[in-house]
Write a protein that binds this ligand. Structure first.
Ligand code: ADP
Ligand code: ARG
Length: 346
């Protein structure tokens, strides 16, 4: 393929960082699992409205294509992959925060997820059909061993009736289908085979299998007890870590298919009702930017807010520990609530 043409309107990290010279110097490279530059950038080429536009196919993609990926990582996470090293801390006793909304006036629910991939396989965009099925078996067998409040059942997407699926998606438990960014990255191949969701009885602990990452480990519940949600997640991840080896790099932390998820691979969010701030978006964005928070809509990424309800989460995931990311989110939420309260009194 020759150097791709990006439309004028394209502002993705890919189009800003991929020069014709860089393209030429990387185009002949191939990882040991056979992943190429054209595969790495396909999603950003086919979707010029991407914000990032690249997906790694395996651990080696992050070193072999570092001249393109490092600047993207540096820009997104404010972390220098050449000189810095990621640090992890998932110990809930280090997280000293209070519930920012003890009277349940603003926060509807809290959700914290981490992405994980198995060390001995390529990442999703480059995973063969047979490998994906092996991953599914390894993960679902492991999940079956969990006990107490983490015990639950794995529900394969194959054979799940439409009504159940729609309900799980609308209730924010299950991933949506047909994401065009993932489609172009090859992450939807052989859909729905090998995909599924595990959850405990209360749906407070869930695991998505073989979506954007091989595992998305999720803790969620109604209300704003962020610390409790984090504590459950930390315990669940600890249990899984005893039984599975996850792809991890000293420099980049947990390895994920999208570079925005590296490091902690964690997104800690609340669904929060802020109808007054919704009418002062400049002020809203200013507070979120200062706390490095991201605003999403109520049905997740690429969705809109409804009824003044937003999904607010940490934006950075690499070069920050899990505890720091959750603390940062909680502090930002506290300020948003103060501002919303002020606006309602004025
Ligand atoms: P990810 O968290 O993996 O980045 P999405 O942004 O697509 O993915 O969100 C996945 C699902 O989780 C969506 O249905 C979204 O509405 C839901 N969700 C995210 N945060 C919360 C929250 N705090 N409470 C309830 N549901 C949430
Ligand atoms: N590839 C998409 C883009 O560049 C999503 C990037 C971040 N989100 C994600 N789910 N990985 O816009």
């Amino acid at each position: 393929m020759p150097y791709p043409k990006f439309p004028e309107s394209c502002h993705s990290a890919l189009c800003r960082h991929l020069s014709p010279e860089l393209y030429d110097s990387l185009k002949g490279r191939r990882t040991r699992y056979g992943y190429t530059l054209d595969q790495l950038i396909r999603s950003g080429i086919e979707n010029p409205d991407s914000s990032i536009g690249v997906y790694a196919g395996d651990e080696e993609s992050y070193t072999l294509f570092a001249p393109l990926l490092d600047p993207i990582i540096r820009e997104y996470h404010h972390f220098d992959p050449e000189t810095e090293r990621h640090r992890s801390d998932m110990d809930p006793s280090h997280l000293k925060i209070e519930n920012p909304d003890p009277d349940n006036r603003f926060i509807l629910s809290t959700r914290i997820r981490v992405g994980r991939n198995l060390h001995c396989f390529p990442l999703g965009p480059n995973l063969a059909r047979r490998e994906r099925l092996i991953v599914k078996c390894m993960v679902s067998d492991t999940l079956r061993e969990l006990s107490g409040d983490l015990a639950g059942r794995y529900y394969p997407l194959v054979g799940m009736d439409e009504a159940t699926k729609t309900r799980l998606i609308e209730d924010h438990f299950l991933f949506k289908e047909g994401d065009r960014f993932l489609e172009s990255a090859g992450l939807n191949r052989d859909w729905p085979e090998g995909r599924g969701i595990f959850h405990n009885n209360d749906k407070t602990f869930l695991v998505w299998v073989n979506e954007e990452d091989q595992l998305r480990i999720i803790s969620m519940e109604a209300g704003g007890d962020i610390r409790r949600v984090f504590t459950r997640l930390s315990r669940a991840v600890g249990e899984l870590q005893k039984r599975l080896t996850f792809a991890f790099d000293e420099r980049l932390g947990y390895l994920t298919s999208c570079p925005t998820n590296l490091g902690t691979a964690m997104r800690a969010s609340v669904h929060i009702r802020l109808p007054r701030l919704a009418k002062s978006m400049d002020r809203f964005r200013e507070i979120c930017d200062r706390h490095e928070l991201q605003i999403r809509g109520v049905h997740g990424e690429h969705s809109e807010s409804e009824g003044g309800v937003f999904d607010i989460s940490n934006r950075r995931r690499l070069g920050i520990t899990e505890v720091e990311a959750v603390r940062q989110m909680s502090q930002g939420i506290t300020e948003l609530i103060e501002e919303e309260t002020k606006l309602s009194e004025s």
